[in-house]
Design a protein around this ligand. Sequence first.
Ligand code: UT7
Length: 348
Amino acid sequence: MIQHNRAPANSVSADPAKTYGVAFVGSGSAKLEAVLSNAQLAEMVDTSDEWIATRTGIRQRHIAGPTDSIRSLGAEAAAIAIAQAGLNPIDIDLILLATSTPDDLFGSACQIQHELGASHAVAFDITAACSGFVFALVTAAQFIRTGAYQNVVVVGADLLSRLTDWHDRRTCVLFGDGAGALVMQRCEGSADHLLSFDLHSDGSLNDCLNAAYERESVPLTGDITVQKGRFQPVTMNGREVYRFAVKRVPEVLEKALFYAGLSTHDIDWLILHQANQRILDAAAQRLNIPAERVVSNMAKHGNTDAASIPIALDEWVQSGKIKTGDTLALSGFGAGLSWGAAILTWGK
Ligand code: UT7
């Protein structure tokens, strides 16, 4: 490992008298080779390209290869984002990984840190399913605004193919694999690019969307038993989650816009978690945002969980559609149930 001369992350200097803001300075996403089409799924379960496309907008999804992992794909996305930000991995102070499918239940963020050679960074995982990326972005902003950290990478990576029941047509047509990342940087408080956020959870609806640990008690010694089991494939009450999403997503975006002192007319790009094209359309319609300002890569990727927002954002940045100074409205929603929004301005 190369040795670099730089103060450890935890000693990043901050002036307690100053206020700090956040800038969004780089994005990246991993390239996955294998593509699973709707037609291929129709050979596996009782479905059709027509049903999947009209009910969800999905045409295909990417599936991780045998050597791909959260570690490798997350690091690939992060490395691109760091380079785009004009930084080196050694400059990174904090890595937050939003994932529900880590390579190791004890966390994959440290594995990504090592893969990147970001040896000065502290790294940890955040699990909030499809809300995970927005929750992680807001968490990162707290570390930056307090002055604790200067350069932060937020990775959203999920391999939902690991948790998919390939015999269940209600869910297996929805999900795909992917990884995306964003670099956030400390700036002057007066130039804060995170204009507002709003986060929510409602555990009373928890049983609508799960990848539960199913367990049984196994005798250990005397009258002591231990729990043994394994995580089950995704189960979802699709109609309930759909109803929740079309109500809560516009609501949380309206609140976040209110906190930012903005209206929907100020939004250049609406970037929602890519769960269903009909949810994107319904939210945009309720917010009166024209279709051409709604970011959608549903057809190509399906629902990639915590990765969907950073992948969509990166694709729009790389293609030049999102420009410096554009105002973005992000909203993640899903298991928990949980939902949240962040309004931000892109670029330094
Ligand atoms: O990422 C986390 C957040 N997730 C979401 O936001 C997902 C929210 N939910 C949805 O997007 C939609 O509810 C789904 C896409 C999951 C399902 O669409 P839907 O229009 O709500 O369909 P449905 O569940 O009401 O099912 C309608 C019919 C049913 O048949 P019957 O009972 O009416 O005879 C299903 O059995 O469609 C059937 N069906 C299918 N048919 C062909 C369900 N899945 C399939 C399928 N192919 N893959």
